[in-house]
Design a protein around this ligand. Structure first.
Ligand code: IVH
Length: 681
């Protein structure tokens, strides 16, 4: 009996420990954005916990890191009544209105004292309420009409930066935390790009994407969406005390594991608030999320209580709105751009309009499915949206404003650049020009790709120059690059003798490359850097890749039937082989890649970390060498790291490696190691 008990308690201990470790990794990854272990290590621990839980289902608890995604989809969302209503905010639109707001407060408080404010970016997402009981997340709800919202607990639990269990201690037994759920721009762009490629619906903006993601009845779908949350206030509190200043409340929430916007600052009086507004507005386009203004809140909770509320907004806070990012304009025309792989993208030509301070006269329409979905016509009045690093886009037409002479948008039957036939496969969302390297547009894009940093890395060969070369008839395909002469280049507009010579030197230098870069540079459809590396390592030589059958290609890591077919077809085409031949004749070369599938890679199973600046090669290059030797290259130093390659000005990673007693290679040591491995001359 006692034996079983101790066995059970040992198991419980193991589970508790694993959960604690996973929670901590999760927190460092999602909240601090500073992962301590490689993803693979996290996955391993996760699987370990999952396995124990599967074998002992009675030990599963809702706060376990394995329980973020719900097992079953819901039929509907239940209504939830907010114990403390979720209010909205009044707005100010300029400095005078901000000063008037500040003055109103002072008048009401009957004091001349400068008011201390907390200034926060106003995120453009969705307000949610999270309820924690004894530190465990028990309910999450949307704002709804402020009185009643919807129970979205199952979906909120999938957001990695939201704690299922609070960290530390001292939290009230009942605590409601409020904040904004949003979709960061990089994730939003990635998601939309994928959707456009697959012919799926693209979201008009990150806010809609976040809203759509939270409205899923199946939390498995929500779990795939890159959502995040910044907390900005509390609701009801019972069984515990909270600080008496808003700023301190936020710091406290941060200690319990929530994410708080790092831009939040204190300001003394209206003038400093305005300064904060101007600073944030200036960097709005660089922030990795959308904001539509600033929120100013009186810091002192006692003063907040004295000021109280008017109808549905607090008197002690206001939103300072930024200029709109959506505007109306006219769709003048639709042109079709041809990409590297021939894909045709409809591009809207617009009556120029200022959106959020930038003049927009072109916007992407993604693909024809999207155009049809919107029912767009030339001549329509359209809503244009632009934000941050998002390419301006047409959101929707306003059908009521459609003029009588509006024209439908039709996909051309022939390429607008080379007049070859346009093809559209039934299983693909995009239509393509069939001209291949005959099409100047595709040639230009192919050359830009070939010369790009991660491919042949031709220093100084920018997009404009490539276009000039092709337009002037100096080059017809990538191999012609190496036939250019200083005289030809110097003859171009805005090109001196000196820069022409530099370019020719750079072209010459780029000839010494690697097999991986070369394969990647060829621009075979779906062959990115990772696949190129796998091909190089698997086959060892270009000849072997060229001759590989589709079946053999399927044995290469990462290569599926579609990619295998693209690769095979590429090397079947004689014009591609001629270009490759020409390139090799011009002197493009790479060190031999040794393949012996049985042979051990010297760094197999080892984890390397790169830090600091290497003077003789870029970080991408160093990473490639390490991977080629079998190492896993991680972004952070942990006990699992085997070696750190430290260049100039290496910082905290180096210090950490030293404290953990991990091997450290300086640049010189690294280079001589690469020489020993015959990766460098
Ligand atoms: S405070 C009583 N802080 O703006 C104060 N709201 O118009 C209530 N929002 O529904 C909100 N960022 O969704 C606050 N830092 C921030 C905010 C923020 C975005 C949204 C929130 C709210 C709306 C109010």
């Amino acid at each position: 009996m006692s034996e079983t008990l101790s066995k059970d308690s040992k198991l419980q201990q193991e589970i508790d420990q694993l959960r604690e470790i996973l929670r901590d990794h999760n927190y460092r990854y999602y909240v601090l954005d500073d992962p301590q272990v490689p993803d693979a290590e996290y996955d391993r621990l996760f699987r370990q916990l999952k396995k124990i839980e599967e074998e002992n289902p009675d030990l599963i608890t809702p706060d376990s890191p394995t329980q973020r995604v719900g097992a079953q989809a819901l039929d509907e969302f239940h209504q939830v009544t907010h114990r403390v209503p979720m209010l909205s905010l009044d707005n100010v639109f300029n400095e005078e209105e901000l000063q008037a707001f500040d003055k109103r407060l002072k008048d009401r408080l009957d004091s001349e004292d400068t008011v201390e404010y907390v200034c926060e970016p106003k995120l453009d997402g969705l307000a949610v309420s999270l309820i924690y009981e004894n530190g465990l997340l028990v309910q999450a709800a949307t704002r709804g009409d402020g009185q009643t919202g919807e129970d979205i607990t199952q979906n909120i639990r999938t957001i990695g930066s939201i704690p299922l269990k609070l960290i530390g201690s001292g939290y009230p037994s009942q605590l409601e935390v409020r904040g904004e759920v949003f979709m960061p721009l990089p994730g939003f762009n990635r998601m939309n790009q994928k959707a456009a490629e697959n012919g799926d619906k693209v979201f008009a903006n990150p806010r809609n994407a976040a809203a759509g993601s939270l409205r899923q009845l199946d939390s498995k779908i929500t779990a795939t969406r890159p959502l995040d949350m910044y907390c900005y206030s509390i609701g009801f509190v019972e069984g515990g005390e909270m600080p008496q200043r808003h700023f301190d409340i936020l710091q406290q929430l941060k200690e319990w594991g929530f994410k708080i916007n790092p831009e939040i600052r204190l300001a003394q009086g209206a003038e400093q608030c305005q300064q904060y507004h101007d600073d944030i507005l200036a960097k709005r386009d660089k922030l990795p999320y959308e904001i539509d203004g600033i929120v100013y809140k009186v810091n002192d909770i006692g003063l907040q209580q004295r000021l109280g509320f008017v109808s549905r907004a607090p008197r002690w806070a206001t939103a300072h709105k930024f200029p709109a990012q959506e505007e109306l304009t006219t769709l003048l025309d639709v042109e079709f751009q041809v990409g590297r792989t021939g894909a045709l993208t409809p591009v809207a030509r617009l009556e120029p309009v200022s959106v959020g301070g930038v003049t927009v006269s072109n916007a992407t329409l993604h693909n024809m499915d999207e155009v049809e979905r919107m029912g767009l016509c030339i001549g329509d009045t359209v809503v244009i949206y632009r934000a941050g690093d998002v390419i301006p886009k047409v959101v929707r037409p306003i059908p009521e404003k459609r003029p009588a002479d509006a024209e439908p948008i039709v996909m051309p039957t022939h390429c607008p650049v080379c007049d070859s036939a346009i093809e559209k496969h039934a299983d693909e969302a995009v239509a393509r020009c069939s001209g291949g390297l005959y099409c100047q547009a595709q040639v230009k894009e192919a050359i830009k790709h070939f010369a790009s940093r991660r491919a042949m890395d031709v220093d100084g060969l920018g997009d404009k120059l490539v276009e000039q070369f092709v337009d002037e008839g100096l080059i017809k395909h990538v191999a012609d690059l190496f036939h250019l002469t200083v005289e030809q280049v110097a003859g171009l507009e805005r090109m001196g003798e000196k820069s022409a010579k530099n370019l020719i030197d750079a072209l010459e230098a780029s000839k010494a490359t690697t097999l991986q870069r070369f394969i990647y540079g060829l621009g075979i459809r779906e062959v990115g850097e990772a696949t190129a590396l796998n091909l190089a390592n698997f086959y060892g030589s270009l000849e072997n890749v060229q001759q590989a059958s589709q079946e053999s290609l399927l044995s290469v890591p990462d290569v599926g039937p579609v990619v295998a077919e693209h690769i095979h077809r590429f090397f079947q085409q004689s014009h591609n082989l001629e270009v490759i031949h020409d390139l090799q004749n011009s002197g493009v070369h790479w060190p031999e890649v040794e393949v012996d599938h049985e042979a051990e890679k010297p760094l197999e199973g080892l984890t390397y970390v790169l830090t600091g600046t290497l003077s003789q090669m870029g970080r991408d290059q160093a990473k490639q060498y390490l991977q080629q030797l079998g190492a896993k290259v991680s972004g952070s130093v942990s006990k699992k790291t085997h070696c750190v390659v430290a260049g100039e000005n290496a910082g905290s990673k180096l210090t950490k490696a030293e404290s953990l007693g991990i091997d450290i290679l300086d640049e010189e040591g690294f280079i001589s190691f690469l020489r020993e491995q015959q990766l460098l001359d």
